[in-house]
Design a protein around this ligand. Structure first.
Ligand code: UD1
Ligand code: UDP
Length: 398
């Protein structure tokens, strides 16, 4: 039905909220926000993808039924940070000028996020930053994400911090408390929404392993600072573990980056109990996490999701900007030393007390209402409604 005159006028006056995102984790984490914006009477979402990722990004948009209004298609194989940033800046300006958003929303700390935020600032468009305030306090690790998120904070008008720790980081850097809202992490909204769906396993070896009740070690790795020698060591550690525990299975959905694949996959060939896969669609991956015995990862998002599902997470990094899981006892930082990876996984496999001390459900990152709080905060920024109370873990009324 055509809108009536009044409806059309109201639609015209809705605030245009452009969400710019480019990689898999950003797509997963903005999806609940886009869905919530769609239902808001005074806000209109304009999803724009940069295409920093391609297959891994499109996979998420398909799952969540999101059709971007613009796609900058910037991906190049083995792209460099400067090459990628240059393409992003060149492509973003005309999109901002054509679509005239009232605010630009970015999520996280990728190169897409930094470029989209800075380009919006240059166009004098207010920036809203989801997952604001994460800090490892080491500019070189994670690289370049720690720098990206700190730089984005400098040009942000509304900081949506997932936890109180991230809010405190921002306040310690002098950010105005009036501009910070603690929302919880939207990844928990996406997870809660998705994990309850039934899935068909697309890989028959994985389907068999799950049907046989074999214990599964889920592994994901992609961090830039682990490329090369460290990642090759991860591959060798996995080979040792596969041989040491032949009844268990290692499942590795491999990141599309050829640099990652070249480092890790050669050590894993010819092992019956190692299943390497293409990136899994989000519903299948969340089911895999649910079926996992142990999770070994250097991913940010997986560190946030696995505690919710009560899975012990060993993080192949020296530090983390997500200390809440470590404090909750479900996440342990183990670095990338080959022998240490083998020994830490072995402890969890062999010592029941150590395993059950970590295998406890904890939700320090969210309660499934982060998108609602985020959208309320955006509306409030425009004088279009009240804010919601900050997210407090474990508080049902928060
Ligand atoms: C990027 C982000 C990182 C985030 C990660 C999530 C930066 C600098 N890095 O790292 O913060 O944690 O995404 O996965 O922003 N490729 C494909 N198809 C895809 C995706 C990647 O072919 O769908 C390949 C391409 O060769 C590409 C390479 O992977 O050049 C690296 O992708 P890029 O986005 O530059 O870096 P990531 O390591 O994925
Ligand atoms: N993920 C997925 N399929 C996979 C592996 C991971 O959907 O095969 C999801 C995972 O649940 C998490 C996100 O991708 O939400 C993490 O992405 P990634 O590790 O690439 O990036 P990071 O979180 O480290 O920035």
């Amino acid at each position: 039905m055509e809108p009536t005159g009044g409806e059309a006028e109201f639609a015209m006056s809705k605030k245009r909220i452009m969400i710019v995102y480019g990689t898999r984790p950003e797509a997963i984490k903005v999806a609940p926000v886009i869905a919530t914006l769609e239902n808001h009477p005074a806000l209109d979402p304009l999803p724009v993808v940069t295409g920093q990722h391609r297959e891994m990004l499109d996979q998420v948009n398909t799952v969540f039924g999101i059709s971007p209004v613009s796609d900058l298609d910037v991906l190049k194989q083995e792209q460099t940070l400067n090459g990628l940033a240059a393409r992003l800046f060149a492509e973003l300006e005309p999109v901002y000028r054509d679509l005239t958003p009232d605010a630009v929303v970015v999520q996280g700390d990728t190169t897409t996020v930094l470029a989209a935020a800075l380009a919006a600032f240059y166009e004098r468009i207010p920036v809203v930053h989801i997952e604001a305030g994460l800090r490892s306090h080491n500019l070189m690790s994670p690289f370049p994400e720690e720098a990206n998120r700190k730089l984005v904070s400098q040009v942000t008008s509304l900081h949506l911090a997932p936890t109180m720790t991230s809010k405190d980081n921002l306040l310690n850097e002098g950010v105005d408390p009036e501009k910070v809202v603690v929302t919880g992490n939207t990844v928990i909204d996406a997870l809660f929404h998705t994990v309850r769906q039934d899935v068909e396993w697309t890989d028959s070896a994985l389907a068999d392993a799950i049907a046989e009740g074999r214990r599964i070690l889920v592994v994901t790795t992609h961090r830039r600072e682990n490329w090369g020698g460290a990642m090759e060591g991860v591959g060798r550690a996995l080979r040792t573990l596969a041989q040491r525990y032949p009844n268990d299975v290692i499942v590795l959905p491999a990141h599309r980056n050829p640099i990652v694949r070249q480092a890790i996959l050669p050590a894993l060939s010819g092992l019956e109990n190692v299943i390497t896969l293409e990136p899994l669609a989000y519903p299948e991956f969340t089911k895999l996490l649910e079926a996992a015995h142990i999770v070994l990862t250097d991913s940010g998002g997986v560190q946030e999701e696995a505690p919710s599902l009560g899975k012990p997470v060993l993080v192949m990094r020296e530090n983390t900007e997500r200390p809440e899981g470590v404090v909750a006892g479900t996440v342990k930082l183990i670095g990338t030393d080959e022998d240490r990876i083998v020994s830490e996984v072995s402890v969890l496999k062999e010592e029941e007390d150590a395993y059950f001390a970590m295998a406890r459900a904890a939700n320090p990152y969210g309660d499934g209402r982060a998108a609602e709080r985020s959208v309320a905060a955006i509306a409030h920024m425009f004088g279009l409604g009240p804010q919601m109370p900050d997210f407090v873990p474990g508080s049902p009324g928060s």
